[in-house]
Design a protein around this ligand. Structure first.
Ligand code: SF4
Length: 223
């Protein structure tokens, strides 16, 4: 039996993400926290979390390499959701060319460590994640819940595909990063993101051609 099934036996692909968020809020209360890069999935998750009663922080790591449109989307979301506290974390920026020489080290310094430091300070027991199965092969087996120390991960959107997410954002009139509509289906730092080509996974434009698929925030060595 999977971790999700053992926690909540009736959950399946038809379970609404907001029900999963509501469960997490009831269980973790103020020990639940969100991080976001303000991609399509992330915006949907933020809206659903607010609808479910979340009133906490949204952590965003400003690596210094984000697209202007991403920062503008953050600002639009801050205005759209006054009930939330959006926190932009400053990255460690020791070498401006590190993304070319050692992207794993660059992600560690500019993303993973700043977030881990903030999480060490806040010490939440669980994190809401916007990851979904159709984003990449590395995410296709995700469960609703990953029990772990020091933080469990709650993944309410695993069964929602792009079409459904897009429909939701339109119905809810949510601010979306305009680069998304230009084919940037997953948007990270400018030097490491390209538009996705027809037939590719939504994260295929991240670190394209390098073999790297994750920044490390959500891997076992990360949070
Ligand atoms: S995505 Fe690229 S620029 Fe951004 S932190 Fe990672 S390696 Fe550095």
């Amino acid at each position: 039996m999977s971790q999700s099934q053992s926690v909540h036996p009736s959950w399946n692909k038809d379970t609404h993400p907001q029900a999963v968020i509501a469960w997490a809020l009831a269980k973790y209360d103020t020990d639940l926290i969100m991080t976001s890069g303000f991609n399509l999935n992330g915006v949907v998750l933020i809206d659903m979390a607010v609808n479910a009663g979340y009133r906490g922080k949204v952590l965003f790591v400003d690596t210094g390499y984000h697209f202007r449109e991403t920062l503008e989307t953050r600002d639009a979301l801050t205005e759209h959701f006054p009930e939330l506290e959006f926190l932009s974390l400053s990255a460690h920026r020791p070498d401006d060319q590190m993304y070319q020489k050692d992207p794993n080290k660059c992600c560690e310094l500019r993303k993973v460590i700043p977030l881990q430091e903030k999480l060490n300070e806040l010490a939440p027991k669980a994190l809401l994640s916007a990851r979904s199965h159709d984003q990449s092969d590395t995410r296709k087996d995700l469960r609703f819940i990953e029990l772990a120390e020091p933080q469990s991960k709650i993944n309410p959107l695993i069964y929602w595909d792009r079409e459904r997410l897009e429909r939701y954002t339109k119905e809810r009139n949510l601010p979306i990063n305009p680069l998304y509509w230009d084919g940037f289906l997953s948007i990270g730092c400018g030097p490491c993101t390209r538009a996705v080509r027809p037939g590719e996974h939504s994260r295929a434009g991240r670190w394209a051609g390098t073999g790297k698929t994750e920044c490390g925030l959500w891997t076992s060595s990360g949070i």
